[in-house]
Design a protein around this ligand. Structure first.
Ligand SMILES: [Zn+2]
Length: 213
């Protein structure tokens, strides 16, 4: 059974889609291609960022443009006997806010002050408006079932995801630049060309973009 088969759901029904005629690249003045849009603490999602979402068979949504490559990642992993799942794809701003609120509450429950809990939470959870999950270009990939362990999936992805245009977005040795802790499950689509360079040169996306745009 292919539990990753995706369908091009009419995302308009879900209220996610903007006007597809005003998509990035179509009369947009910004030069950054959609797959290289930088979103982090200092670079919130542009107000006019536009995209279509596709619903995966497990109910998660991703940007329609990354579906073929995402499918290719899963097909290749399975061929190697590794069974991942998309644990999280697109998130609404409200969902991102609730994740942040939960993390802050958790830290406060551990005895942190409100200010301290907020500061700490922001190293674990992206501030709403600055999460790549709100772009639909990021996927959290975990082990699907008893067939694979999480570490096995992360190891496979670290070695192979770049071939399909996905990068490990928050590597352990780049936390001072990304501002986010190491997340072995979080992959961001940047396209094959960028992914190959980023992987070969051992860069994070911020470093790659500062040298290439
Ligand atoms: Zn993530």
């Amino acid at each position: 059974m292919d539990d990753f088969a995706y369908q091009h759901t009419a995302v308009q029904e879900n209220g996610f889609q903007g006007n597809s005629s005003s998509r990035i690249g179509a009369g947009d003045s910004r030069k950054t291609p959609w797959n290289l849009v930088l979103v982090n603490k200092c670079n919130p999602i542009p107000d006019d960022y536009d995209f279509d979402l596709t619903r995966l068979s497990n109910g998660q949504y991703v940007d329609t443009r990354i579906c073929p490559e995402l499918q290719a990642v899963f097909d290749a992993a399975r061929k190697d006997g590794v069974y991942p799942v998309v644990a999280a794809g697109y998130r609404t701003p409200e969902k991102q806010q609730s994740l942040m609120d939960e993390k802050i509450a958790e830290l406060e429950a551990e005895g942190r002050s409100a200010a301290d809990a907020k500061k700490e939470a922001e190293t674990w959870v992206a501030i709403p408006g600055t999460s790549e999950h709100q772009l639909g270009l990021a996927v959290d990939i975990n082990a699907g079932s008893v067939r694979s362990a999480g570490s096995e999936v992360y190891e496979w992805l670290a070695k192979n995801a770049w071939k399909y245009g996905f990068i490990l977005r928050y590597p352990p040795d780049k936390t001072d630049i990304t501002g986010i802790r190491y997340e072995p499950w979080h992959y961001r689509y940047v396209g094959k060309e960028a992914a190959e360079q980023i992987c070969r040169q051992g860069l994070c996306l911020e470093e790659y973009l500062s040298g290439n745009l």
